[in-house]
Design a protein around this ligand. Structure first.
Ligand SMILES: Nc1ncnc2c1ncn2[C@@H]1O[C@H](COP(=O)(O)O)[C@@H](OP(=O)(O)O)[C@H]1O
Ligand SMILES: [Mg+2]
Length: 294
């Protein structure tokens, strides 16, 4: 991560700024956890969501004032907008939109001793592709550290980890795994690795701790935008469960399913998912595969 002074922040490029912001929000969340303790998990979740959102949106307003923001914690974040609605948010006409999840894995954040929670910062740019594209991203995992003791932040420059022998390891939500996952692991002779936070699960693929992450049943753009930017940067495959591309900054921010895996596994994994008979999203009709990192 780039180390900058307050005054130098405006000079950072977008990727360095994303990593800086993930680090700042992560430090605030770590301090909040230490101060408030775990006696009232609901209050800790609320305080974490709010504090991180406020810090991040204030920094974005200061250092990237021209850009729009889509944050989980803002009013109307989950609303699906109809085309041409007069009061539509600025993000739907903006060229650059920061898609942020101030605290992903909120449940785990509120449980003492757990490190599987994250801060997500992604930048989507309309002009970067036919549907726009993610052009920067960082996932901070403030309760995990690098070998020199700094909080762990993954950007888009990670190497692809070497493949491992043995049964496929598939990360899934510890509280809301997809309904088809039992059948999927049977078909593949795989095993599941449950953990919290979409960002932590995608980063587990990027670091080689697991081979894939599969989710279905509900999520929003902010749950996957930054993790997918990190995964694409590391050469991973990322798509919907039917193999169609992940699209961001849509009028409807729901993006309920996701597959991130080592590139050589994509065909096999997607074929197995299709065999489980999972209900495919409407995007199945587009027929295109994967997403390029802008
Ligand atoms: N069925 C569902 N509907 C809506 N959001 C879901 C979901 N399953 C998972 N998510 C969201 O995806 C993120 C990762 O979930 P999980 O830890 O279960 O894998 C969480 O984000 P937040 O913690 O930001 O709310 C969670 O809310
Ligand atoms: Mg989230």
């Amino acid at each position: 991560m780039a180390h900058v002074t307050q005054d130098g922040t405006g000079q950072l490029d977008d990727q360095a700024f994303a990593e800086w912001l993930a680090g700042r929000a992560g430090a605030a969340l770590t301090a909040l956890r230490a101060q408030q303790g775990f006696a009232d998990p609901a209050a800790l979740k609320d305080a974490g969501d709010r504090a991180s959102h406020e810090l991040m949106t204030a920094a974005l307003a200061r250092w990237r004032p021209e850009d729009a923001v889509l944050s989980e914690e803002e009013a109307d974040a989950r609303r699906a907008w109809a085309a041409g609605e007069g009061d539509a948010p600025a993000r739907l006409s903006a060229d650059r939109v920061w898609i942020i999840d101030p605290l992903d894995g909120t449940r785990e954040f509120s449980e003492a001793g757990r490190t599987d929670w994250a801060v997500h910062v992604a930048l989507w740019q309309r002009s970067a592709g036919p549907d726009g594209a993610l052009v920067a991203g960082a996932v901070g995992m403030p309760a995990r550290t690098t070998s020199d003791g700094a909080p762990l932040i993954l950007g888009t420059d990670r190497p692809t980890p070497p493949a491992e022998d043995g049964p496929l390891r598939i990360a899934v939500s510890r509280s809301r795994p997809p309904a088809f996952v039992g059948e999927l692991v049977e078909l593949l002779g795989a095993r599941t690795v449950p953990m919290g936070s979409a960002g932590v699960k995608v980063c587990a693929v990027v670091t080689g701790e697991v081979d894939a992450y599969v989710h279905a049943g509900g999520q929003y753009e902010w749950d996957s935008a930054a993790p997918v930017a990190v995964a694409l940067g590391a050469g991973m495959h990322a798509c919907r469960v039917d193999g169609s591309p992940l699209r961001y900054n849509r009028a409807d921010p729901r993006l309920p399913d996701l597959v991130v895996c080592r590139p050589e596994l994509a065909d096999r994994l997607l074929a197995a998912i299709a065999r489980t008979g999972v209900e495919m999203p409407a995007s199945a009709v587009t027929g295109s595969t994967g997403q390029a990192f802008g």
